[in-house]
Write a protein that binds this ligand. Sequence first.
Ligand SMILES: C[S@@+](CC[C@H](N)C(=O)[O-])C[C@H]1O[C@@H](n2cnc3c(N)ncnc32)[C@H](O)[C@@H]1O
Ligand SMILES: O=c1cc(-c2ccc(O)cc2)oc2c(O)c(O)ccc12
Length: 368
Amino acid sequence: MDLDQGCKGEASELFEAQAHIYRHIFNYATSMSLGCALELGIPDIVHNHGQPITIQELVSKLNLPIDKTLHLHRLMRLLTHSKFFSVTKLPNNQEDEDAKEGYVLTASSKLLLKNTSINSQNVPNLLPFANLVLDNVFVTPWQFLGKWFYGNESTVFETAHGIPMWEFANKNPSFNRLFNDAMAGDSQMMSLVVKDCQEIFEGVESLVDVGGGTGLNAKILLEAFPHMTCTVFDLPHVVANMIETRNLKYVGGDMFSSIPSADAIFFKNVLHNWSDDNVLKILKRCREAIRFEGDKGKVIIIDMVVDEKHDQHEITETKMVFDVLMMVLVTGRERTEVEWEKLFLEAGFGQYKITPNFGLRSLIEVFP
Ligand SMILES: C[S@@+](CC[C@H](N)C(=O)[O-])C[C@H]1O[C@@H](n2cnc3c(N)ncnc32)[C@H](O)[C@@H]1O
Ligand SMILES: O=c1cc(-c2ccc(O)cc2)oc2c(O)c(O)ccc12
């Protein structure tokens, strides 16, 4: 009897382990299926339909051969299970058990629409981001991770593509556009940060957004604080041909050489791209650039803070995925509070304050 029970226990553990492995090794099938739905424009078709769309209507809108109906249904079943779509009864038939059902968008697929009124400045549009992450340029390096461990290149990206990512972006205008559009889509959440953290930016008369890309962070800041002057500082090929206004300037350069002077130096999703040695160099350039006057003068950082003790398991897992992503693409990493603090103190700053919970990221103010 005991032996039988033991066997069952062992078998169920084995089956669970097998399912666990399959779930993880096939993770890419869900991302690739989502990529296919985005390539076909399915979220926009569902949105534009105005009511739940049946599988037959979807086949027709996509101009697919009728014999692909079942295949599309299987793709939609996976994406519905993964919460990118949901299924609901058609209107006026809610009570009828046999009524036809149709697909509608979920909170996640609403963020993946091409260009609709749902996409406003308050809501990030993550379609450009998904396009970047699912692009071959980003996917290929993962196949070189093992080889990289035995090689001399500083990033896996370089092992795969022969040059570092920033140089690749400089040499490939279409990838440069894809990358900058993805980052700008993510920056649309800046208006929520500004709304929640008015006091952090109040009193700042001039701000430099270092690695500010095409300038969306700065534009959102200027909408809330029109008296501020903002300089977007980035590599020359990123800020070439940008349109300036009275209080928005673009400066091309290298943050390792010097950073333009201002009351506040701002970094969003930039410092996690770099190793500790390089972050130290950048922070030292910040100390030279900041105008310390009265209680003015600080660095403002939006980046992740890994906190295994307090974050939910899934949040920590995502932060760890980004940590490995930073190793694969660039020379960066995601840091714990202790690791951030060490860098601030070594660079000669005295105090810092962390405001957590902008999704995966926190806002860190660093003071002299
Ligand atoms: C991950 S993106 C972040 C863009 C933007 N801050 C945002 O939140 O969307 C990093 C930026 O750092 C810029 N960058 C890389 N190396 C740089 C350097 N040496 N000097 C200035 N900017 C640099 C890149 O061109 C890119 O725009
Ligand atoms: O692929 C990425 C993603 C990010 C990113 C997006 C959203 C967040 O909340 C944090 C980070 O940042 C990246 C990055 O800095 C980079 O150099 C390459 C790729 C990505």
